[in-house]
Structure formats: structure tokens, C-alpha cells
Design a protein around this ligand. Structure first.
Ligand code: SF4
Ligand code: SF4
Length: 286
């Protein structure tokens, strides 16, 4: 008898040029209309996907990174580690070594160059992550501690828990290194944009990023109403496929503002988001 192998489902990343564009609205609804899905909230500076899913907690842990610590009894103030650190995370005040944890990138180099073996690594928490379940959605979320310079280690940890089912990644807004890390495993990117000149400008920014990363992509237009839509004009001018139009709709806005997932509330929203999901999946597997 032949063993059956489960196919790995695609990973879709949802991006926007700025916060408040409808990225989480689209992400949670796409995950909710799938038969089974994993939702990963990579917006670790402002995670709000779980406000919608309100999942039952299954797993949680601190996210730690390695940071150097100095044994002052061994350090002779030779300056080699300070000269080595490309991030200026080390300084010698007289013969006393100062380590600025928040800007240290945990490369470990200073430990290797120290001739006195005065430096060693210690785990330090930079945030936390959790996994929970809400109906057919497994929700993975993380948050960064206040004052940390980078959420990349937390995003790396979240992505380690990605399964083989359909995965929806709610990326951080903008086009920073956090976004690049969030879309690393994505098979397809969906860019969401508002119908304003500023919306078109933000769309151009994320469009440039996904083009540079060589990721296939399409656009969903949000808050669509009658009249001029600069974001749509940008898509037409640049030959970018539009796979969905979410109308400007007070009911949808009010459901969203109280943390309700529209596609779980009303059939026509379910059909709207199911249609967007099916068009995105058709682009991944034409
Ligand atoms: S681990 Fe790397 S980044 Fe951090 S202080 Fe040492 S050399 Fe600098
Ligand atoms: S390289 Fe080692 S001994 Fe030299 S200043 Fe740095 S910690 Fe001290």
C-alpha cells in the first residue's frame, strides 16, 4: 500500500504601506474563510490579530536572544571588542567596558575577538510569543518588549512555528527589515491599499519592496467607493492585478472596530473574502 503525502499549502503575506489600511481586517478574514489555516501576526510592535480571534491559549514562551556580558576581573581594557563591533554597541569608559544591549545585534563577534576570554553570552528576553486556536484558525502571535531596537528575532521565532497548512502572514506596516523578514517564506504577497493619493503613495512603496524581493503579488483595494481611486490608477498604470475590492461599508467598519470578524458574522462578507482568497490561491497555483 502506497503512503499518501499531504501537500504543503501556500503561504500568503498581507502587506500595506502604513498602519490602519485594512491589513489585519483582510488577514483575519482570509484565515477565517479557509477550511483550516494558520494566522501569523508578524506586526510585533502592535499585534492586534488576537483581539479578533480571541484564541484559546495552547502555548506561550519568552523570546530570548544572546547578549554579551563582561567579566570585569578578566577584562584589561584592550579595546579589541570595541573596535570590532560594527553596531557601536560597546564602549570603554576608562578601563570599564559598557555594553548597550538595545543596539547589540547578537552577532557574537566580540566574544571571539576578546584575547582575555572576558566576554560570554547570556540569554536576554526581547519579547514573547504565543500559539492559540480560534475555530479552524491556529493563531500565532508575538510582541516586542518596549525599548527593543528590533523585532526580527521575534518574527524569526513566530515563523519557526509555521505548519504545512494554508498560512496567512499579517506583516508589519511599511517596508522595513521587519517586513522583509515577515515575507521571507511567503509564496505570494497581497498588497492592500486605500483609495487616496496617500494610499497610492504607500502602495508604490510596498510594490517596490515586493518587486525587489522577487515575490509574486496582487492588490486588494480597500474602502472602495464611486469616483477617482489613485491606488487603482497606480495598479492599471503598472499592470498590477487587482484580486479584490472591499467596499466602503459602515457595517464592516463597525464590526471591525469592535473586534468582530465580518466573515464569521455575515454570509455576504464570507463570500467577499472567500472570493479574494480563491483568486489569490489561483495566482499561486495557476
Ligand atoms: S555581539 Fe556583536 S553586536 Fe553585540 S556587542 Fe558583540 S560585536 Fe557588537
Ligand atoms: S576585548 Fe576583552 S579584554 Fe579587551 S576590552 Fe574587550 S572585553 Fe576587555
Amino acid at each position: 500500500m502506497q503512503a499518501t503525502t499531504m501537500a504543503i499549502e501556500p503561504t500568503l503575506a498581507i502587506l500595506s504601506g502604513k498602519g490602519g489600511t485594512g491589513k489585519t481586517l483582510l488577514s483575519v478574514n482570509l484565515a477565517s474563510v479557509a477550511k483550516e489555516a494558520t494566522y501569523i501576526d508578524c506586526d510585533v510592535e502592535e499585534p492586534n490579530g488576537n483581539l479578533f480571534f480571541n484564541p484559546t491559549q495552547e502555548f506561550g514562551k519568552l523570546v530570548t536572544v544572546k547578549k554579551p556580558v563582561v567579566d570585569e576581573a578578566l577584562c584589561d581594557g584592550c579595546h579589541k571588542c570595541v573596535d570590532f563591533c560594527a553596531f557601536n554597541a560597546l564602549a570603554l569608559i576608562g578601563k570599564r567596558l559598557m555594553i548597550f544591549d538595545e543596539i547589540c545585534h547578537s552577532c557574537g563577534g566580540c566574544i571571539h575577538v576578546c584575547p582575555q576570554k572576558a566576554l560570554s553570552e547570556q540569554d536576554r528576553a526581547v519579547g514573547e510569543m504565543s500559539i492559540g486556536r480560534s475555530d479552524s484558525v491556529r493563531s500565532i502571535s508575538g510582541s516586542m518588549n518596549i525599548g527593543e531596537s528590533s523585532g526580527v528575532p521575534i518574527i524569526e521565532e513566530l515563523l519557526k512555528h509555521k505548519g504545512e497548512d494554508l498560512t496567512i502572514i499579517d506583516a508589519p506596516p511599511g517596508s522595513s527589515c521587519l517586513v522583509t523578514e515577515s515575507v521571507r517564506l511567503a509564496d505570494f504577497c497581497i498588497l492592500i491599499a486605500e483609495p487616496t493619493t496617500f494610499g497610492a503613495h504607500n502602495l508604490a512603496m510596498v510594490h517596490e519592496l515586493v518587486s525587489l524581493l522577487g515575490k509574486p503579488y496582487a492588490v486588494v483595494l480597500n474602502k472602495v467607493m464611486e469616483g477617482k481611486n489613485p491606488a487603482e490608477e497606480f495598479c492599471i498604470k503598472n499592470n498590477i492585478p487587482i484580486i479584490g475590492r472591499i467596499p466602503f461599508d459602515k457595517k464592516l467598519g463597525s464590526l471591525n472596530s469592535v473586534g468582530k470578524i465580518a466573515s464569521r458574522e455575515e454570509k455576504h462578507y464570507r463570500e467577499l473574502f472567500a472570493s479574494i482568497l480563491s483568486k489569490a490561491l489561483a495566482k499561486v497555483n495557476p
